[in-house]
Design a protein around this ligand. Structure first.
Ligand code: SAM
Length: 220
């Protein structure tokens, strides 16, 4: 079974997204096991302090190395084969091929930041740093949930039709999905393209491929 450990100050963040739709089904089917681990539990001082002000001054607080590194060590102790990923805007951009790469591991540990981010020395204790994109979230939890969701749907037997994941955008590097239509045939004067109603599978396939390439070029 694939596992995911989430190192976070807000384990409750994951309660809702993990318990609906595809992640919920994957957990119920025993395909993935997800455990949210409270970083604060690894703070040893009286007040369970996990943040402190930056040396050199400046706004905000940083996540302290001691509790964060202790939580990473606990995650590695539980799963010595784990791949620890720090979520940070400074990381490498997350992609579909990275999601696929993660599914080939026994499991992953996702480290979520808060405040102004991590004390830089924490980077030495992770295997990889991943960014969701060029924007700043309030915390690593939404980024970790996105990574986890993208990984879960690629695990064997998660999607009803294994074809779905293969046909998704980016399964082929840089290529987007084609436009999709469902009933009604005419919606507010907008018609479904004739080719999709033709029943000619070769023409449909050709049209879809052309549309995929067109969209992908336009996006660039
Ligand atoms: N001061 C940091 C910076 O400018 O790079 C931003 C810190 S952000 C407010 C707090 C946490 O949210 C980060 O430590 C990280 O875990 C997470 N985060 C924010 N944006 C992210 C992104 N684009 N990708 C991944 N994680 C992100």
């Amino acid at each position: 079974m694939f596992y995911a450990q989430l190192l976070t100050l807000f384990p409750e963040f994951f309660d809702s997204p993990l318990y609906c739709s595809i992640p919920k089904r994957a957990i119920a089917a025993g395909i993935v096991n997800v455990e949210a681990i409270q970083i604060r539990d690894f703070a040893t001082d009286k007040h369970h302090k996990v943040d402190d002000s930056p040396y050199g001054g400046g706004p905000g607080m940083l996540m302290k190395p001691e509790p964060v590194v202790a939580s990473i060590r606990a995650a590695r102790e539980k799963h010595p084969d784990t791949h620890v990923v720090m979520l940070t805007p400074s990381g490498t951009r997350f992609t579909q091929s990275k999601a696929l790469e993660f599914t080939e591991k026994p499991g992953i540990t996702l480290l979520c930041g808060r405040y102004e981010g991590f004390d830089e020395r924490i980077c030495d204790y992770v295997d990889e740093q991943i960014s969701l994109g060029d924007y700043v979230l309030s915390g690593g939890e939404p980024a970790a949930m996105s990574v986890l969701d993208a990984v879960i749907r690629l695990l064997p037997d998660v999607l009803g039709s294994p074809e779905s994941a293969v046909l998704d955008s980016f399964s082929e590097a840089g290529i987007l999905d084609w436009p999709h239509y469902t009933r009604p045939e005419i919606f507010e004067g907008k018609r479904v393209p004739d080719v999709l109603l033709s029943g000619n599978h070769a023409s449909i396939e050709r049209w879809r491929r052309e549309q995929s390439l067109l969209r992908s070029q336009r996006r660039k």
